[in-house]
Structures are given as C-alpha cells and as structure tokens.
Design a protein around this ligand. Structure first.
Ligand SMILES: [Zn+2]
Length: 117
C-alpha cells in the first residue's frame, strides 16, 4: 500500500477516535501529536510503498508510549472505519490480507528435490 494511503487512513482513524471517543470537535493536542508522529514514522518506514500494514510489520518502530496510544486508537476506530470510511477500511483490510507477512515464517528446509529440474 502506498505510504500516502496509509497516512490518509491513519489520519482518518485518529480523527474518528478523537471526535467520537473523546468528544472533541477539533483534534486535541495529544491526538495531533500522535498523528504527526505516525506520519513521521511512515515517512521513515524502510519498506517504503512495499510496507506491510503496521500490525504485520516486523519492525515495531513506534515508541512504547505512542504505540500504546495508537493501539487504543486502532481498537476503537478499526471497526468503526467500516461505517465512516468504508473504502479506506476495505483498502486497509485487503492490504493486510494480501501483503506478504514479514514475520519470521517457520523455516522450510529446502529439499534436494526442490532445486532439481
Ligand atoms: Zn484526541
């Protein structure tokens, strides 16, 4: 998924969380910080446009405190994204289902027969 799409989605999620969950009309300072932080992390993501969604990413690049806040946002906004931003939600879900997992997969030992013609 493109970094710009990710940025848009993360912004939508944080705004959703801040307005519906926290009841703020405008993005509060804490959420503003989180959003700025998340965007900065995305820009520095070494996977670039080939990045897996952050939940699947093997590199947990968030600071622990930011990570906790982002988890709260995702937990709240995740299911609600389908209602408010269905396209983004589906895009994200689709990407998550289809992106190759970078987690350490159980190492499959190559059998001699694999490389044989
Ligand atoms: Zn907020």
């Amino acid at each position: 998924m493109k970094i710009n799409d990710e940025k848009r989605i993360v912004a939508q999620m944080i705004r959703l969380y801040c307005s519906k969950h926290e009841g703020n009309e405008q993005l509060c300072t804490a959420c503003e910080q989180l959003l700025t932080y998340a965007h900065a992390r995305l820009e520095r993501c070494k996977f670039g446009d080939a990045k897996p969604t952050c939940r699947r990413c093997p590199i947990h690049c968030y600071r622990p405190d930011m990570r906790l806040r982002m988890q709260a946002v995702m937990r709240y906004a995740g299911p609600r994204m389908l209602l408010h931003h269905p396209i983004s939600a589906l895009q994200h879900l689709w990407n998550e289902l289809n992106s190759p997992s970078h987690q350490t997969a159980p190492a499959r030992k190559p059998k001699p027969s694999d490389s044989a013609p």
